[in-house]
Design a protein around this ligand. Structure first.
Ligand code: BT5
Length: 267
């Protein structure tokens, strides 16, 4: 089975209303988020997707590097929801939920979501999401939702030693390659219907479904923020996307940005 993406097959039979009606493909770009941003600046409509076979400067949050070899699914979507800037975090939850439901439906894997923007299998990261935006007069002009799924490559060969404990790929998990175009199509259809639901009914249902995959809830966790390390019991993710921690002294603390790791697993 070819690990390469077939451009024609990407849109073949795509049953979306909005997402992927305009699709740009490249064998190699710096970052699909940057490419989608350029397209948005040129006036590309909502739902436009930029997808690449490989990224030479794939980005994670806070300017971190995202390893993006051939065989992965690397794409970004232009969205133009009527949201306040702080509300765009909801789009990352929406994308994470779409990935989690898609992987669960397509493959025999136990999929989890991890606050704020990861999808894990067996405790290892198989997908990351980067949501960015441009604001004009305190309104969102457009948001770019970047999705990276580690699909058809051997994680043990591709990732440096320090990532092998925390990252994996579908190929490594399943012991076979997946059909990238199918994964892309089903994922985009899922995002399309969840986005429609979000625009119609708001964030609540998206968040509840996302929490259904969130096994870290009710676990002792450690959260690294820019300024501190916080330990506590993960009790909830609230309607603004903040992680709610119960601290040792019994008080509740909401965290908006950070990296979460598990401490002890509760039953
Ligand atoms: C993310 O950041 O998880 C967001 C990743 C978004 C990638 C997509 S691909 C398409 C689009 N175009 C882009 O340029 N980006 C988006 P964060 O939570 O900050 O995680 C980054 C950290 O994950 C790194 O510092 C590494 O430790 C680790 N990492 C790097 N590459 C990885 C990979 N392929 N799989 C799993 N972990 C990785």
């Amino acid at each position: 089975m070819p690990a390469k993406i077939s451009v024609e097959k990407l849109q073949e039979g795509l049953k979306t209303k909005l997402l992927g009606r305009y699709l740009f493909f490249s064998h190699e770009v710096g970052s699909t988020n940057d490419w989608a941003k350029e397209l948005a600046e040129l006036g590309a409509p909502e739902g436009t997707v930029a997808i690449a076979e490989t990224q030479t400067a794939g980005r994670g949050r806070l300017g971190r590097k995202w390893i993006s070899p051939k065989g992965g699914l690397w794409f970004s979507i232009i969205l133009k929801p009527k949201l306040k800037p702080l509300e765009t975090v909801k789009l990352a939850f929406l994308a994470g939920l779409a990935v989690a439901e898609t992987l669960r439906d397509l493959y025999p894997l136990k999929v989890e979501t991890k606050w704020p923007n990861d999808v894990l299998v067996d405790g290892r990261k198989v997908c990351g999401i980067l949501s960015e935006m441009k604001t004009v007069s305190e309104k969102v002009a457009y948001a770019i939702v970047g999705v990276g799924v580690n699909a058809n490559f051997d994680a043990d060969k591709m990732f440096p030693a320090e990532l092998r404990e925390t990252a994996t790929s579908l190929e490594t998990l399943l012991g076979r390659k997946v059909v990238l175009e199918e994964l892309f199509r089903i994922l985009l259809e899922k995002m399309d219907s969840l986005y429609e639901l979000f625009l119609k009914d708001g964030f609540n249902q998206i968040l509840e479904k996302w929490k259904g995959f969130a096994s870290f809830l009710s676990c002792e966790v450690e959260v690294l923020t820019e300024s501190e390390k916080i330990e506590g019991l993960a009790v909830d993710v609230d309607s603004k996307g903040a992680l709610v921690l119960k601290l040792k002294d019994g008080s509740l603390k909401r965290v908006f940005v950070g990296d979460l790791s598990l401490k002890i697993k509760h039953k």
